[in-house]
Design a protein around this ligand. Structure first.
Ligand code: SF4
Length: 662
């Protein structure tokens, strides 16, 4: 049996795959302890999908024709160098992938920076970059603070804008064990979620009102003096500013804004404080708003107030894709070097440069993924090299993105399938699937895990690290002589003091290595004075208010058997069978007014466009329509960005009308 990291969510389950039969079983060790969800169980089905890309292709008019690897890489490198010569290095951008390994993300950001640009980003920008910004501001680090195993021993679990029963099903086992041990489970969301079946308190809030609720909880804890005075005095700054700011957020005021009864807010604040320890977990229900950074700051304030960081608690921004944490740690972000080190940190930057055989690296922040499209429209960005991402479907308001992709002088797409984005490519490079290559991945709890190779790559496809090594060499960049993926692993280990002494063998023979360590901030925070910062925040209203023309609020959600833009799961026959047809959930009274019954075809429209889907009368509040993300929902979503560059996928003004059934 080979041990392989699941290619789907950031929980990071390991799969045991039989190389002969390709049958999948769950790994018994950490972190999944013998459990898998349907996605992991059926993950191997995609490997032999009929339309796997098997050889490099290049554009010839309206069709794509086969080309050799050598010729493709020479031509791509030649065009990139020509564009750099004409317009400068920032006319080129590289889009890394949260689904490829640490080594592959490391190599792509190395190529970008040696090429001369910080235009390197990954889809962390679309999900948890607001968490990174908020955590950096308050704690000085940008990731989950504690391991999953801690959840079981905490006496409260606050789950906010996050539906793990669908998105990270295996983490639910940890939450259930915590509850069995006496933990109070509190779930906050805009609708009744499957996770709420396990909750002691279900708080259904009006979309976009998270800050009012968080501030009201803080208000009650302060008013009733339930906070951890010693922790606040010795380990934080900014408490008095927050005390002032939350004065007006009384439970009664918050009830009017959020819809949550004032007495429930008081009960929840008391339950959290009296628990004595707690996990605070959140997902994209918090981050994918124009107020994403502030939403996270408001929730972190609750944890700081109660001292629930370190031994007594942990912050869990649960990551989406299987290596989104690794992509960020490897430096595939336009504002950070590896390890979330700012570009302006001259000492570290020069150390990285010297390891790579050059004097220095570019210092200006590059373009965010969500800024690329305007840069193309404005004529500043001429070439885009995409590894394993599908922005023609994954970006908010994707019709605008598709228009921009057509305008590029050079678009290279490196992927396992001909995705929707691939239609615009000048070169299409076939990559190996997750179990056809080896390498390391980092899960949400910052555990680096080794993934073994189970089978040979199909056709003429190659592991992404091999393709990127060829690209680096064709561009004439120094140091691209790797002959094995382990050489790349050893190189990135040298950037982190905690890994410097460790060998790749040790990683392969372990249940993973935590970077920088298992539990953060037990004694001090990574801020200049070692103290955490309370941040006072005020309500920020969503970018697009419902009105007469678009009276509903549209929000997007994930389903247990599908994943992101569906390029993988929609090619898995078992998952497609399991999940059936997608449905848009609508409130009973709204449906009645519109003459809609469960199973009717409806058209959902926003100011960006419209999609068709069957409707389902669901347990959702009035004037909310809930659409699964995986089926072109981004034709509708709002492109408004928050401070971290994440679009407001969770809130758009919408209208719905019944269609005649086909
Ligand atoms: Fe894969 Fe996540 Fe499911 Fe585990 S919970 S099997 S990592 S998709």
């Amino acid at each position: 049996m080979k041990t392989v990291v699941c290619p789907y969510c950031g929980f990071g389950c390991k799969l045991l795959i039989d190389p002969e039969t390709l049958r999948v079983k769950p790994y018994r060790g950490e972190p999944n302890r013998g459990k898998l969800c349907p996605k992991g169980l059926h993950s191997v089905e995609i490997v032999n999908a009929k339309d796997r890309l098997k050889r490099p292709l290049k554009r010839a008019g309206s069709s794509m024709v086969p080309v050799g690897w050598g010729e493709a890489m020479d031509e791509i490198a030649g065009k990139l160098l020509e564009i750099r010569e004409l317009y400068g290095p920032d006319a080129v951008a590289f889009l890394a992938s949260s689904k490829v390994s640490n080594e592959e993300n490391y190599l792509l950001q190395k190529i970008a920076r040696l090429f001369g640009t910080n235009n390197i980003d990954n889809c962390a920008r679309l999900c948890h970059e607001a968490s990174v910004h908020a955590l950096k501001l308050t704690l000085g680090t940008g990731a989950q603070t504690n391991p999953y195993e801690d959840i079981e021993r905490f006496k409260s679990v606050l789950i906010w804008g996050y539906n793990p029963a669908e998105t990270h099903p295996v983490v639910m086992d940890y939450i259930r064990r915590a509850r069995k041990g006496g933990a109070r489970v509190i779930v906050v969301d805009v609708r009744e979620t499957t996770t709420m079946a396990f909750a002691d308190y279900k708080l259904i809030i009006k979309p976009g009102t998270d800050i009012a609720l968080a501030n009201a909880i803080v208000h009650v804890i302060i008013e009733e003096e339930l906070y951890d005075e010693e922790f606040i005095r010795s380990r934080t700054v900014g408490f008095s500013e927050v005390r002032m700011a939350v004065r007006k957020y009384t439970p009664e005021y918050a009830e009017r804004v959020t819809g949550v009864p004032a007495e429930t807010i008081v009960e929840v604040a008391r339950a959290l404080a009296l628990a004595g320890s707690g996990a605070v977990m959140w997902g994209m229900g918090l981050t994918q708003h124009v107020s994403g950074v502030e939403n996270v700051l408001a929730v972190i304030d609750i944890a700081l107030l109660l001292g629930y960081i370190g031994e007594k608690g942990g912050l869990y921004p649960m990551r989406g894709q299987n290596n989104v944490q690794g992509a960020a740690y490897m430096g595939a972000l336009s504002e950070f070097l590896p390890g979330y080190v700012p570009l302006t940190d001259e000492k570290f930057r020069k150390r990285v440069a010297s390891l790579w055989g050059v004097e220095d690296l570019p210092t200006e922040r590059g373009l965010y993924l969500t800024e690329l499209w305007d840069a193309i429209e404005g004529g500043d960005l001429k070439a885009l090299y995409i590894v394993g991402e599908n922005p023609a479907v994954s970006e908010a308001d994707f019709m605008k993105v598709r228009k921009s992709l057509r305008k590029l002088d050079l678009l290279v797409v490196q992927d396992i399938f001909p995705t929707r984005t691939a239609r615009y490519a000048h070169y299409l490079l076939p990559a190996s699937a997750f179990c056809e290559k080896e390498g390391s991945y980092m899960n949400s709890e910052r555990r680096i895990q080794w993934s073994e190779r189970v089978c040979e790559p199909v056709g003429d496809s190659k592991p992404d690290w091999e393709i990127l090594t060829m690209l680096g060499r064709a561009l004439g960049l120094p140091g691209f002589n790797y002959t094995s993926v382990e050489e790349v692993t050893a190189e990135y280990f040298r950037l982190f003091p905690e890994l410097e002494e460790k060998s790749v063998e040790k990683l392969k023979n372990s249940d993973g290595i935590f970077l920088p360590k298992k539990r953060l901030h037990t004694w001090e925070f990574a801020t200049p004075d070692g103290k955490a910062r309370f941040m006072a925040v005020e309500m920020i209203t969503p970018w697009e208010a419902p009105d007469e023309d678009y009276p509903l609020v549209l929000t997007t959600v994930r389903l247990i058997g599908h994943y992101n833009t569906g390029e993988m799961t929609l090619r898995s026959p078992s998952l497609v069978r399991l999940m059936g047809e997608p449905r848009a959930l609508i409130n009973e009274e709204d449906a009645e007014k519109l003459g809609i019954k469960s199973g009717d075809w409806v058209e959902i429209e926003t100011r960006r466009g419209r999609i068709r889907m069957r409707a389902e009368i669901g347990n959702v509040p009035q004037r909310l329509i809930v659409v699964p993300f995986h089926f072109k929902a981004n034709r509708l979503t709002s492109p408004a960005l928050n401070k971290a560059g994440t679009p407001e996928f969770k809130f758009a003004a919408a209208r719905v009308r019944k269609l005649g059934n086909p």
